[in-house]
Design a protein around this ligand. Sequence first.
Ligand code: UD1
Ligand code: CA
Length: 533
Amino acid sequence: MRIKRRRFDSYPGSQCSVQRPRSAGETVTDPAPQHPRPAAVVVLAAGNGTRMRSKLMKVLHPVGGRSMIGHVLTAALHVEPAYLVAVVGNSREQVGPHILEQVPSALLAVQETQEGTGHAVRVALDALREAAGTTDGVVVVMAGDTPLMQGETLTGLVEAHAAAGQAVTVLTAEVPDPFGYGRILRDESGAVTAIVEEKEATPEQAAVREINSGIFAFDGAFLADALARITNDNAKGEYYLTDVVHIARGDGRAVGAHRIVDVMQTEGVNDRAQLAGLGAELNRRVLDRWMRAGVTVVDPATTWIDADVVLERDVTILPGVQLLGATVVGEDAVVGPDCTLKDVEVGPGAKVVRTHGELAVIGARASVGPFSYLRPGTELGAGGKIGGFVETKNAQIGDGAKVPHLSYVGDAEIGAGANIGAGTIFANYDGVTKSRTKIGKQARTASNNTFVAPVEVGDGAATGAGTVVRRDVPAGALAVSAGPQREIPGWTLRKRAGTPMAAAAEAALAASATSHTDPTGLARDDDSGAQSE
Ligand code: UD1
Ligand code: CA
C-alpha cells in the first residue's frame, strides 16, 4: 500500500520504451504495464463537503477501514502514474498529511479558494508543470469522494483513451436518477458534444440519463490550453471542468465516452446517508469476493469486513462479526458469533467466540471467548485458551497455556502449558508504575489469586486458592498466603437473633443434633488449590 517515490521518465505515447529509474541491485521483474502509463492522476479534494456537517473533512471519513480518499488513492496508484497530484483546499492541514502518509511522493496542490472543478485542475496542472516541466501525456482527473472506484476501471479508461487518440475521454454511466449530475450530450452520430450541468440543463437535456462520473482522461497539453479558455459565466459562477469538452469539439478534437455498467463505482458521497449506503455496498462487495475465494460467511447481512482484511481458505465467519483494519484470519479458523476484531491475527484452526479484540495475536488452534476482551499486546500461543469474562493486555500467553475464567491478565508472561485459576487478577499497576508478572511453564495457580507485580512464579510451581502472591515463588514450590480459617460457633444465633438467617441456622443445628452430621461442611484440611476446570 505504501508507495515510495513514483516518478518515471517517459510518458505514454513513447509506447514500449516505458522505463523507470531503478536503484542498483534492484531486480527487474515487473513487466511494463499493458496500459500507457499516465503522466499524472489528479485527485480533487479541495471541496468543503459542507453537507457532511462534520468537523472532519469529507474525504477523511472512514468507510470499509480506510478513509474515502484512501480508497481513491489505491485506485489511482493502480494505473501507475508518473505523478499523483492531490488538490487540497481549506483543511489542507488535515488532508495533506493523510495523503502523504499513503503516497509520500504525492504532489499537494493548494487551491486557496474553491472556484470550481476547472479551477482546481488548473491548480493541479501548475503543480505538475513545476515538478515535471510539462503537462504533456495522459492526465487522469478524479474526485476524492468516490470510494468504490476500482483501479481496473481507471485502467480501462486510460486504455480506451489512448486507443482512440482522443483529447478527452469521460467516464460515464447510465443511471436511473441522473439528478445533480452533469449530463452527457451527444450528436446524431452518437459523438459526445458537451456536458451540461444540472443547473444549466434544459428539460430535454435533464432527461438524459447518461451522466458524467467526474472522472476523465485528458491529453494533458490540450487540457492546460483549454483550461486557460474556460470562464465562470454560468449558474454557479464557477469554472467548470466539464466545459473543456465543448472547447475540444470547437477545436476539432475528438471526445469520447467510456461507459461503465457498474454505476456505483462512479457514485460520490455528499452526505452521511450516502456514506452509509456506499459503505454497505463496499462491504457487500468485499464479502462477495471472500466467499468466492473459499470463505464461509453464514450471515452477510450482519458481517462487516474491512477492505484490507485477509482471510484464508475455509475460514468460517458466524453472524454478527466485524473484522476490521489489518485483521488476518488463518485457514479453518471459526470467528463468531458476535466478535469485533481490529488488527488481530487469528491463527489457523482457532476458535473465537463473542470477543472484542484489538492488536492481538491468537495462535493456531487456540480458543478465545465467549465474552473475552483482548487488548493491545495480547499474544496467545498455539492451542492456548482465553476463556469467559477474561480481559488481557500486553500479555504473552504461551503455547497450550490457559486462562479459562473471569480474570484480568495485564503486563504478563505466562509460560507454555500453565493454567491460571478462575478469578485471578494480575495487579500490574500500583498507581505510579506498571510492572510485569511472569508465570513459569506448566505452573498451576489456583482460584482467586492476585499477582502483585513485579513478581515471578517459577516453572512447575503452584499456588493455593485465594493466594496473594507478593514474593517470587521458586520453581516447583507451593505458595499459600491465605490465613488459617477460624470458626466462631453460634455467632448468628447471638448476633442476628430473630432474623431469617438465624432461623435457618437454628433449624440446621436442630436437624444435625438428631442426625449427627456436620452441617458446616468445613471438615477439610485441604489448604491447597481448589482449581476450577
Ligand atoms: C461534478 C461535475 C458533474 C459530475 C459530478 C460527478 C463539474 C462542473 N461538474 O459536479 O458534471 O456529474 O461532479 O460527481 O465538474 N472540487 C475542488 N475544488 C473546487 C470544486 C470542487 O477540489 O473548487 C472537488 C470537490 O472536492 C469534489 C470534486 O471536485 O471532490 C467535484 O466537485 P463537486 O462540487 O462535488 O462537483 P459536482 O457539483 O458534484
Ligand atoms: Ca459531487
